[in-house]
Design a protein around this ligand. Structure first.
Ligand code: AMP
Length: 199
């Protein structure tokens, strides 16, 4: 396990994953473009039942959501559970972040994410239960949403290395409305254990 800043900055700049990430970096989220598409970022996480396979398959499932186009899926990362004692006792997570172009509203996109979670057999037995698959809507253009069922930007995304590291890999300029640049949060999460996995 290595620290988030080391995982992100990478010891070997010639790594293919880094070269391709640099070549295809996405712009900061902005308002709808002229095609009516919105830029959304989704966090993927799993820590049960072959989590590597789950996250890879979830990436494919995101690509199949109607009215959505998968633009980028980050590398996969292994992270230590973060949170209270019941979470810290769980198995490591596999995480990634996806960038999507979508014509869905934030609420419709959340429904689509719930549908994929159900497809992957996630049961909401209790809050913070180990999960076959967890999908969170991180960012949607530069919009903020604060409803009972949905908060965007995701309220804890800036505190999680397993979100910030993969997000910066695919969108180094990403902005978190109300919190500034995602990159500025890297020092705050750099002590959290996370490792980028080889492609
Ligand atoms: P969790 O069990 O951590 O995945 O939390 C899921 C709950 O958080 C659901 O009840 C969602 O309605 C709510 N929620 C609020 N904001 C978000 C968001 N940005 N992405 C995903 N779930 C959200």
């Amino acid at each position: 396990m290595i620290r988030a800043d080391a995982a992100l900055m990478g010891a070997d700049p010639a790594q293919p994953a880094e070269r391709s990430a640099k070549a295809k970096q996405l712009p900061p989220a902005s308002r709808t473009d002229s095609t009516g598409e919105h830029l959304a970022y989704v966090a993927l996480g799993a820590n049960l039942a072959d989590p590597l396979a789950q996250v890879r398959a979830a990436g494919r499932a995101l690509a199949d959501v109607p009215e959505c186009r998968l633009l980028r899926l980050s590398s996969l990362y292994r992270s230590a559970p973060v949170g209270n004692r019941s979470i810290r006792g769980q198995a490591d997570f596999i995480n990634a972040v996806a960038a999507l172009h979508t014509r869905l509203t934030p609420s419709q996109l959340l429904d689509a994410l719930f549908a994929i979670e159900r497809l992957f057999g996630r049961r909401r037995e209790y809050h913070h239960a180990p999960r076959t698959l967890d999908l969170d809507l991180l960012l949607y253009d530069d919009q903020t949403v604060d409803s009972q069922r949905l908060r965007v930007p995701h309220p804890r995304m800036h505190l999680r290395a397993f979100v910030i590291a993969p997000l910066l890999e695919i969108a180094p300029q990403a902005l978190i409305p109300g919190r500034g640049s995602a990159a500025a949060w890297l020092p705050a999460v750099s002590m959290q254990g996370i490792a980028r996995l080889a492609d």
